[in-house]
Design a protein around this ligand. Structure first.
Ligand code: IDP
Ligand code: MG
Length: 152
């Protein structure tokens, strides 16, 4: 079933450092998703801890927090039909070695700890994560003329 959703994406520090931010955003745009919010920031430790709270206590948690706070990121909200699943599929599997060719991680990454991009995994997480980075008034819902050529 097609349902219009919003999802949070983060173009991670490795992608910004490798000058892939534009290319990655472009993949989501080309898919047909709309940018509803966008900004560049450096995530601090308290924000990283809130974002990755579900991973607290896992062996990779400390490295993950170090990594996500290590440089600027681009954070955005994508909107469109089934935006959460569409974004996750375009990102590819968490481990870039096994991520499908054609996906962002499959095309551009090799390491699970440096996998370029984050996307919310469910409607509840999307709502929580969007709220970590954006106030309601920062999000602009709109329609483009092209949208009728993307979804009926
Ligand atoms: P996701 O980003 O595909 O949703 P999650 O399981 O939510 O994957 O993990 C969050 C992030 O934590 C991953 O994107 C990855 O950067 C990192 N991560 C997950 N599992 C491992 C691991 O086993 N080793 C190192 N880093 C990991
Ligand atoms: Mg996740």
């Amino acid at each position: 079933m097609t349902v219009t959703q919003q999802t949070l994406i983060i173009v991670k520090p490795d992608a910004v450092q490798r000058a892939l931010a534009g290319a990655i955003l472009s993949r989501f745009e080309a898919k047909g998703l709309r940018l509803a919010a966008l900004k560049l920031l450096q995530i601090d430790r308290p924000l990283a801890e809130r974002h990755y709270a579900v991973h607290q206590g896992k062996p990779f948690y400390e490295g993950l927090v170090q990594f996500i706070t290590s440089g600027p990121v681009v954070v955005g909200v994508l909107e469109g039909p089934n935006a959460i699943e569409a974004t996750r599929n375009l990102m590819g599997a968490t481990n870039p070695v096994t991520a499908a060719p054609g996906s962002i991680r499959g095309e551009f990454a090799l390491e699970i700890g440096q996998n370029l991009v984050h996307g919310s995994d469910a409607p509840e997480t999307a709502e929580y994560e969007i709220g970590l980075y954006f106030k309601p008034e920062d999000i602009v819902s709109y329609h483009r003329d092209v949208d009728r050529w993307v979804a009926e």
